[in-house]
Design a protein around this ligand. Structure first.
Ligand SMILES: NC(=O)c1ccc[n+]([C@@H]2O[C@H](COP(=O)([O-])OP(=O)(O)OC[C@H]3O[C@@H](n4cnc5c(N)ncnc54)[C@H](OP(=O)(O)O)[C@@H]3O)[C@@H](O)[C@H]2O)c1
Length: 377
C-alpha cells in the first residue's frame, strides 16, 4: 500500500467565501500576525504546493521569510527552504515568474503534453510527467517516495484544494476567515461544486489572530474500496490509541477498534478486555454497542489495530464472523495477526474471501504492536 505525505490545505477566505477578488492585484485577506503564522507553518513542512493558476494570478515567491526559521531548518539538517511544487496540465508556465527564481528546489508535475511544452519553453525546475492526465495519488506517492516529503502544505488555489478534498487526500484544512466581503460572483471561491464527504468534518482548533480566525478541520469520511483516504489513517491511528487502553494480558493481544459510518460519524469504539470482561475483543466490544440491523452498518468501515480474529478459544464466534454478521463490507487494519496464539489466523484473507474490502496500512503496524511488546513473537 503506497504511503503519502501528510497533506495540509491552507487558505484564507472572505466572509462570503472568496479566495480573491477579480482585480489584478492580490487581495490580502490575512492579518500581519497570520502571515507570520503561515510563515511558521511553511518552515515546518518539507514541501509547499500551489496550482499553476496561483502562479499566474499572484506571482508568489512562496518563501520562509524569517531568517531564524530558515536557520533552524538548516540546523536540524533540512534544506533552508521547503521544496516548491506546482501542478500544470498545460505546461503553460511563465519562466520569469518569481516561483522559479527564489527559494530552494522546485518541481513541476504535469502531463505528457505539458512536459512536451516545457521541453520547448523550459522553467528552472525538475519536470515530472505523470501520464496523459495528472493523478493526485501518483503525485503524492512520488513526493513521498522519490522526494522524501513527509509533510506537504498546499496553498491553493481553489481548483487544487477542491480536488484534494473531494478525493479524500487532505489530512487537514487550515482555514482563515477574514472580516471582509468580496461580493463578486466572478471571483474565485475556495471550494467548487462536486462530491464532498457527506457528514461533518472534525473541528480540531479555533484561534483568534488579530481580526481573523483560524479554524483547523480534519475530514472524517472513510475511503471507498481499497483506496485509503486521509480519514482512514486518522481512524486507524485512533484504533491504535485505544489499544493502549487495554488492561494488560499475557494470553491475549491488546487491540483497539472503531466503527465509522460512510459519512464519517463514529458509530462505536471498543478495546480488548473493556469494562472488566477478560474475554471481550475490540471489534466485538465496539459492534455490541450498535443496534443490530442499523442501516449504517452496510456502508460502514471497521478500523482495527490488529486484523479481526478467525479462531478464538474464549468465545464461539470470532470477530471476522461478527463483522460479516453485522453486514460491514470494509475493514481497515494495521497489523496482520502473528502466530503468537493461533497459527495461520489470516482474518484479512477470510474476510476478503467473503467479499469484504480489507485495507492493510502497514505504516501503522508499529503503533498497533506497541501495547503488545510484552508478548512473545
Ligand atoms: N486566499 C488564499 O488563501 C489563496 C491562496 C492561493 C490562491 N488564491 C487565489 O486563487 C486563485 C487561483 O485559483 P485557481 O483555482 O484559478 O488556480 P489554482 O488552483 O492555483 O491552479 C489551477 C491550475 O492548476 C493546474 N491543475 C489543477 N488541477 C490539475 C490536475 N488535476 N491536473 C493537472 N493540472 C491541474 C491547472 O494548470 P494549467 O492551466 O497550467 O493546466 C489549473 O489551471 C487566484 O485568484 C489566487 O489569488 C488565494
Amino acid at each position: 500500500m503506497p504511503s503519502y505525505p501528510y497533506v495540509l490545505l491552507s487558505a484564507a477566505v472572505s466572509l462570503d467565501g472568496y479566495l480573491d477578488d477579480t482585480t489584478p492585484e492580490r487581495l490580502l485577506l490575512s492579518s500581519p500576525a497570520d502571515f507570520d503564522r503561515v510563515d511558521e507553518v511553511r518552515a515546518s513542512v518539507d514541501a509547499i504546493l500551489i496550482g499553476a493558476g496561483t502562479i499566474r494570478a499572484d506571482n508568489p515567491r512562496l518563501l520562509v521569510n524569517s531568517a531564524e526559521r530558515r536557520a533552524a531548518r538548516v540546523a536540524s539538517g533540512r534544506p533552508e527552504y521547503p521544496l516548491k511544487v506546482t501542478v500544470s496540465a498545460s505546461g503553460e508556465l511563465d519562466p520569469t515568474a518569481n516561483f522559479w527564481h527564489t527559494g530552494g528546489e522546485k518541481i513541476v508535475y504535469t502531463t505528457e503534453k505539458g512536459a512536451e511544452r516545457l521541453r520547448r519553453e523550459p522553467v528552472a525546475a525538475d519536470v515530472v510527467a505523470l501520464g496523459t492526465e495528472l493523478d493526485w495519488r501518483g503525485l503524492l506517492r512520488h513526493l513521498r517516495e522519490v522526494r522524501g516529503v513527509e509533510r506537504l502544505m498546499v496553498e491553493g488555489g481553489g481548483t487544487i484544494h477542491t480536488q484534494l478534498l473531494q478525493q479524500g487526500l487532505a489530512d487537514e484544512l487550515q482555514l482563515v476567515l477574514a472580516p471582509l466581503f468580496v461580493g463578486d460572483p466572478d471571483a474565485p471561491r475556495l471550494f467548487g461544486p462536486g462530491g464532498y464527504q457527506g457528514g461533518r468534518l472534525r473541528l480540531l482548533e479555533t484561534r483568534r489572530i488579530e481580526d481573523v480566525v483560524l479554524m483547523r478541520y480534519e475530514p472524517t469520511a472513510p475511503g471507498a474500496g481499497d483506496l485509503p483516504a486521509a480519514a482512514d489513517r486518522h481512524w486507524l491511528a485512533l484504533a491504535c490509541e485505544l489499544a493502549a487502553q487495554c488492561p494488560p494480558s499475557q494470553t491475549a493481544f491488546s487491540v483497539g477498534a472503531v466503527v465509522v459510518a460512510a459519512d464519517g460519524t463514529e458509530l462505536a469504539r471498543g478495546y480488548s478486555r473493556e469494562d472488566g470482561d477478560p474475554a471481550v475483543h475490540a471489534e466485538e466490544a465496539a459492534l455490541a454497542k450498535i443496534a443490530p440491523g442499523d442501516p449504517r452498518l452496510a456502508s460502514a468501515t471497521v478500523y482495527s489495530s490488529l486484523e479481526p480474529c478467525t479462531r478464538r478459544a474464549s468465545r464461539p464466534v470470532p470477530c471476522a464472523r461478527l463483522i460479516l454478521e453485522a453486514g460491514v463490507r470494509r475493514v481497515v487494519t494495521a497489523w496482520r495477526e502473528p502466530d503468537t496464539f493461533v497459527a495461520g489466523a489470516d482474518g484479512s484473507g477470510m474476510l476478503a474471501g467473503e467479499g469484504v474490502q480489507v485495507v492493510v496500512l502497514p505504516e501503522y503496524e508499529d503503533r498497533a504492536k506497541a501495547p503488545n511488546g510484552h508478548l512473545p513473537d
